[in-house]
Design a protein around this ligand. Sequence first.
Ligand code: FES
Length: 152
Amino acid sequence: MTNTEELVKQLINKHGIHRNSLLPVMQGVVKEESYLSDEAMIEIARGLDLSAADVYGTASFYSFLYTEYKGKNIIRICKTITCKMKGKHKIVEAIEDHLKIKKGETTRNGKFTIMEANCLGWCHKGPVMLVNDDVYPEVEAEKVVEILESYC
Ligand code: FES
């Protein structure tokens, strides 16, 4: 049995074999493996007696359930209107310059992925950056390198 099969089995045992377990099981896999591989989705479908299309459809609906490999640290920049007006592009540029990758990409060492996100709920303090669960409101481009270094 692979590690993924074992993990899915444990999560299904914990949450039970019913449709309501789909989300917590998927979240559990993302927490441990950072994304939902095809193998994981097939195992979840098998274990919960759902179709693979059903599992994949749910996974692609939620933006926090990744179906592609992501870095250890996920950086999200709010792309919605207020943060846009408050200069989010400068933050994105500073991150891209520092990490030498573009939005949607992951660094070669697997440490960071840059993503854009819709409103993060901090519009009054834009521009906003999120690194994993840590919020950086009113983030300044000059501070970006220092912040990212603290995750290395
Ligand atoms: S518009 Fe950026 S947090 Fe709401």
